[in-house]
Write a protein that binds this ligand. Structure first.
Ligand SMILES: [Zn+2]
Length: 455
């Protein structure tokens, strides 16, 4: 009988492209099927044929809806995957929204590449289209938390709350008598809306994320955001907040509302300019109403100052606002979406402020702004950066190094091996060191494509 194995097909040396192949006598499943994002060398991996025939996969387990965990699913389906995709109900709802938007962006990118002749493929093709997404969504199997579910003849899974975004879970996989726990993206002990990550079960193998593995989040300081908004309004500028459509938009709106209600920032109109963020907001509202979220005031999502921008014409009108306002738009790392045309118009004006609210991966425009770039390339042109750029770390929904180690330390017994993934190389190495020193466990940073035995 061959040993069950785990192969690292992504999220190694990078925070994107989460894909983990688990194979054994019982079957063959993939945990997460994320898109590679950021530098071209990574993005090209989305086009490489997967080392396993998608038609030969029994199932996929999806930890949460973010694109770097779900965005490759429609391509798997296009290439022949017909099995079930197990995830929580909220993840199924949010992932449907995220993938529809992704198909749209893929089409836009391909169209742009064809128009400008900028592509190594001729004609440039989208990775997948809306039809592939439709087929993918039909494969979602909403699964209850804390319930053991058989997903292939010898493989079962248990999902537990991960506290990262609505619907997010860790995934415990049992195969051929051995157990592995995948953290997915791990939230912090305190999220304004979600319960904290569940205590991890005793398992043989852990695969843990390390986005902020080399860092400790600073103490929250709401003065950073308050002063940025107040300063910008005083000089007649616009505050532009690129935000991940799912979860980040919700947290940003809650915080802006809280600061306005406390009289700490002026009452400005807040435009939510992202169809995906608006759709996600509806899913959050529904979960609040169903009490799946912990916030006590459901009405907080009916914020009087929030204006939904649904059509492209409305979005374009926001390029030249006549009075100070706040624009929240996706994508969070400014890699695509409506926020790119806002940046093109807002960055050259020193009265404006761009507020970065999340992780900015290497190779993204967000990362360039964070690093103090004096110009950023958009739509083929270099745009000068005269606007203020401010980063607010408080919105992070990833546990930092000490928080991850505390979470791991709650396991009833030590695992044989912890594999540290989903981080840039320095973050993963630092977390592996911390696990080794503080817990005395065997902690390894795997390499891309590496295969290990689980038994
Ligand atoms: Zn995530």
């Amino acid at each position: 009988m061959p040993s069950p194995t785990l192969t690292f097909l992504g999220a190694v040396g990078t925070v994107t492209g989460s894909r983990f192949l688990v194979e054994g006598d019982g079957g063959r499943i993939l945990v997460d099927a994320g898109l590679f994002q950021g530098i071209g060398e990574l993005r090209r991996r989305n086009w490489m044929p997967p080392p396993v025939d998608p038609a030969a996969l029994d199932a996929v387990v999806l930890t949460h809806a973010h694109l770097d965990h779900s965005g490759y699913l429609p391509r798997l389906v296009r290439d022949g995957f017909t099995g079930s995709i197990y995830c929580t109900e909220a993840t199924a709802e949010l992932a449907s929204i995220v993938l529809e938007d992704s198909a749209h962006l893929q089409a836009e990118d391909a169209g742009y590449a064809n128009k400008t002749g900028y592509s190594s493929h001729r004609p440039a093709l989208p990775l997948y289209d809306a039809g592939d997404v439709e087929k993918t969504v039909r494969l979602f199997r909403p699964t209850d938390l804390l319930t053991r579910v058989a997903v292939a003849p010898g493989v079962s899974i248990t999902l537990r709350p991960a506290g990262h975004i609505l619907g997010s879970s860790t995934a415990e996989v049992e195969i051929d008598g051995t157990r592995a726990l995948f953290s997915g993206d791990l939230g912090r002990p305190r999220h304004p809306l979600l319960p904290p990550p569940a205590v991890p079960p005793a398992v043989d193998t852990v695969v843990v994320e390390s986005t902020y593995g080399d860092r400790e989040h600073p103490r929250p300081d709401d003065e950073l955001l308050a002063s940025a908004v107040t300063r910008t309004a005083a000089r007649g500028g616009t505050v532009l907040i690129p935000a991940f459509a799912v979860d980040r938009t919700e947290l940003v709106l809650l915080e802006l509302h809280r600061l306005m209600a406390a009289g700490r920032i002026p009452h400005l109109t807040v435009y939510v300019d992202s169809p995906m963020a608006l759709a996600s907001l509806d899913v959050y509202r529904k979960a609040l109403a169903a009490k799946d979220l912990t916030h006590r005031e459901a009405s907080l999502f009916d914020l009087p100052e929030v204006q939904a921008v649904r059509d492209a014409a409305g979005s374009e009108r926001l390029n030249r606002p006549t009075v100070p306002c706040i624009v929240v738009s996706a994508s969070g790392m400014a890699t695509g979406g409506r926020v790119v045309h806002h940046l093109r118009h807002q960055l050259p004006d020193p009265r404006n402020t761009v507020v970065l609210t999340g992780y900015q991966a290497v190779g993204t425009r967000g990362r360039q702004l964070l690093n103090g770039a004096r110009q950023v390339k958009m739509h083929g042109r270099y745009v000068p950066v005269h606007a203020d750029v401010v980063q607010i770390p408080d919105f992070s929904v990833h546990a930092d190094g000490p928080e991850i180690v505390r979470w791991l330390g709650r396991m009833p017994s030590p695992p044989r091996t912890v594999y540290v993934v989903h981080g840039e190389p320095a973050s993963s190495a630092a977390l592996a060191d911390r696990i080794h020193h503080e817990l005395g466990w065997n902690a390894v940073v795997p390499s891309f494509g590496e295969r290990v035995r689980l038994d």
